[in-house]
Design a protein around this ligand. Sequence first.
Ligand code: KMH
Ligand code: ZN
Length: 276
Amino acid sequence: MDKLIITAAICGAEVTKEQNPAVPYTVEEIVKEAKSAVDAGAAIVHLHVREDDGTPTQSRDRFQECEEAIYKACPNVILIPSTGGAVGMTPDERLQSTDTTPIPEMATLDCGTCNFGDEIFDNTMPTMRAFGKRMIERGIKPEYECFEMGHLDTILTMARKGEVPGTPMQFNFVLGVPGCTPATVPNLCWLVQNIPAGSTWTCTGIGRHAFTLAAPTIVMGGNVRVGFEDNLYLERGVLAKSNGELVDKVVRMAKLLGRQVATSDEAREILGLAKR
Ligand code: KMH
Ligand code: ZN
């Protein structure tokens, strides 16, 4: 079994300091949270950025500033900037995160429209084709975000048609978003059983499912994403003080379950990336 790749989703677009004061907004806060995650064992940081007041933004300049600052503190980390942004943003607005220098090694590509709490996360076929084209042109490896079972079929069909990058594909199964596929082990197993041979996959359990899904994922040979974007608590009623605390819990679980944790360079090898 490959070593375990841990991704830290340090910020997200929805969570606020009112919910957990450690949620980062400023560049300095984002760097501090990225470093805490990497120091704890994360190989990858999934990045959203905010204005200083916490407003989510997909500004190319803000991504550039944050990425440069993160690379200064964590020179080897793999960054996966979001092209999902926040609900309601336009496709062009969202794609700005692929415009930074160096071109990102990876970026998220969301695999379909879905309910997202009280809102709708809009990913039409033309939007996904535009995102796939951009990533093919720029040599960016997508992380395919599946919030719903049907998203997997959608993206596999697009890959067969050459509309998005194909094999080897990296999937992130995000389970437990209100309105989307529930965070259960049978649902995770169905998804994993239906990915092409040679693919890699990560599981993200939302809220209280962060660690209940991390355990089976570690045993099944998948990779784990945790972080404030998905979950603010270290355990029931206990807010995490940093993303590093959440990553550290996964590292401890992996140790207990007998799986080694990958460095960023080992993750590059597993994912088929070449450092830019
Ligand atoms: N903020 C969500 C609406 C991604 O990063 O690609 C979408 C999201 C997915 O977070
Ligand atoms: Zn995200």
